[in-house]
Design a protein around this ligand. Structure first.
Ligand SMILES: Nc1ncnc2c1ncn2[C@@H]1O[C@H](COP(=O)(O)OP(=O)(O)O)[C@@H](O)[C@H]1O
Ligand SMILES: [Mg+2]
Length: 271
């Protein structure tokens, strides 16, 4: 099995370098190849979106980068932001069930800080700051079941940004939300990301979401997942960016079409 390496002396703007990544799952009698030949550079501080059909290995890629899944070929180099960090300095945000139901909002947000060895008071101070940033101040002492789905995802976002992790791995965090809530949370996410210097790797199956959020978009093919295209969105829609303004821009449709053409190639045509 192959493991993640740490490397501090290559390109200064590189956060993560993935080379020839291959991931197989052993299903007893046979193996399935989830990812194959993935080459990918994640730049420090960028908002990189991965879009691809269901089952192409997006979640697997995030789990490998988070150190939760092993891989079978290729290599991954993570460039630490400080010499102290010799572990994957990332935090994950999931589509659903990312918060602990038995913890209050403030405990959920502070939870990610426990690992850093910070004192209780300092953890509480940071938690409250991020709870305010995501607009949940009145609900700091509520339990997740007392919140809407959108509010629970705000808790997940607050928890991830509150940690000292330099890279956030977000797996379709807004996929289960209604359109209006999604739009509000997309704006919120962009604002918080712009206020910090974190690197975000954001997975979605939504072409629209990829276009409104990403600096660059990686388009993946169906299983085994390979990279078909890399689109530089930032040169067309610079920052700071308003989600609604991107959607009404004439160039949005052309870029949407370009991604769709990549996804509808035969091997991605499984719908
Ligand atoms: N733990 C596992 N064991 C066996 N197969 C898996 C496992 N995790 C994922 N897979 C398979 O790997 C492929 C990619 O899955 P996944 O990364 O979840 O795709 P996506 O997130 O793009 O929908 C799928 O065919 C899935 O069934
Ligand atoms: Mg997935």
């Amino acid at each position: 099995m192959t493991h993640i390496g740490f490397e501090s002396d290559t390109q200064p703007d590189t956060k993560v370098q993935v080379e020839g990544l291959r991931v197989e799952f052993d299903l007893g009698r046979r193996k399935i190849t989830a990812l194959d030949g993935i080459d990918l550079t994640i730049r420090r501080g960028e908002f990189l979106v991965i879009v691809g059909p269901s089952g192409c290995g997006k979640t697997t890629l995030l789990r490998v980068l988070a150190g939760l899944e092993e891989f079978n070929g290729g290599r991954i180099l993570i460039h630490p932001d400080s010499d102290a960090v010799q572990r994957p300095d990332s935090a994950m945000v999931f589509q659903e069930h990312g918060v602990f139901p038995w913890m209050k909002v403030r405990e959920n947000v502070a939870f990610g800080l426990k690992a850093s060895g910070m004192g209780r008071k300092e953890r509480q101070r940071i938690a409250v700051e991020y709870i305010e940033r995501v607009g949940l101040a009145p609900f700091a002492d509520a339990y997740p079941h007392q919140l809407s789905g959108g509010m629970r995802q705000r808790v997940s976002v607050a928890r991830a940004f509150a940690t000292d992790a330099q890279m956030l791995l977000m797996d379709e965090p807004f996929a289960a939300l209604d359109e209006q809530t999604k739009l509000v949370l997309q704006e919120l996410l962009l604002r918080i990301w712009q206020e910090t210097s974190k690197t975000v790797l954001y997975v979605t199956h939504s072409l629209d979401e990829a276009l409104v959020l990403g600096d660059r978009i990686i388009v993946m093919s169906g299983r085994p997942g390979t990279i078909k295209d890399v689109i530089d969105v930032r040169s067309v829609f610079p920052r700071p960016r308003q989600v609604a303004a991107v959607r009404t821009d004439g160039r949005y449709g052309a870029m949407f079409g370009r991604i769709w053409n990549q996804l509808r190639q035969p091997e991605g045509d499984q719908a």
